[in-house]
Write a protein that binds this ligand. Structure first.
Ligand code: C5J
Length: 224
């Protein structure tokens, strides 16, 4: 049985139990003051609108026992997986690995690298630490998804035009059917979010489809 979700540019056909909900980088370092996102001069409050829609989707996936995966952008404490091309980019107030109010920025195990409490993963959910922007780079995720029989991915999280877009493009190249949830993703730059969604879905859904969380939730079958 497939479920049809009203989406752009065409309805998305969702495969129950083979569709993972993907929550990209909803970490304190991006969402809270004092983290990596703020160190780049960004207004972190611009990301907060995505939290409630992601929480609603998490509740729906959990109620049905469907797979959920969370990603965290973070590095080893010796930064051996953080190339200079990433660490030395721009003029931030603090760089990756520097100590901040929530520990060392974007370093695994530090408080800032944690997912925000409102969206904390449950014990059974996958948590993928990724050193890059895309969730497939240096993570072994593709093999795990194949092993679990997952063929469809529903994308949420931050930021739309950086880690969400990169992950969705990587997924499309690997053959996954992708849907991005418009109100469950956010950017520090609203215009970049709008354009990223347009680029992903242009040309007949060249990377995938987009839908609202309300449309997706309304299309789901009753809890089993
Ligand atoms: C960024 C991300 N923006 N999660 N990371 O550096 O989008």
């Amino acid at each position: 049985m497939m479920i049809s979700v009203p989406a752009k540019p065409f309805d998305y056909r969702l495969a129950p139990a083979r569709t993972a909900l993907v929550v990209i980088d909803m970490q304190r370092d991006f969402v809270e003051p004092g983290g990596f996102g703020a160190s780049l001069g960004n207004d972190v409050s611009r990301l907060h609108g995505a939290i409630a829609p992601i929480a609603a989707l998490l509740a729906a996936w959990r109620a049905r026992g469907w797979p959920v995966l969370h990603t965290r952008e973070c590095h080893r404490s010796d930064l051996s997986d953080c190339p200079p091309s990433k660490r030395e980019r721009g003029e931030p107030s603090l760089r990756i690995g520097d100590p901040g109010p929530m520990g060392r920025l974007l370093v695994a195990g530090e408080a800032g690298a944690d997912i925000i409490p409102a969206l904390a993963p449950s014990m059974s959910e996958w948590v993928i630490d990724k050193p890059g922007k895309g969730m497939f780079w240096a993570t072994g995720l593709h093999e795990r998804l194949l092993g679990a029989g997952i063929s469809h991915l529903v994308f949420t999280g931050v930021t739309t035009e950086v880690c969400v877009q990169t992950s969705m493009r990587e997924a499309n190249d690997r053959g996954y059917e992708c849907l991005i949830i418009e109100d469950a993703t956010a950017s520090y730059f609203p215009e970049f979010k709008r354009v990223a969604l347009a680029m992903l879905t242009a040309q007949g859904g060249i990377v995938g489809c987009s839908a609202t969380s309300d449309a997706l939730l309304a299309a789901l079958p009753a809890k089993g």
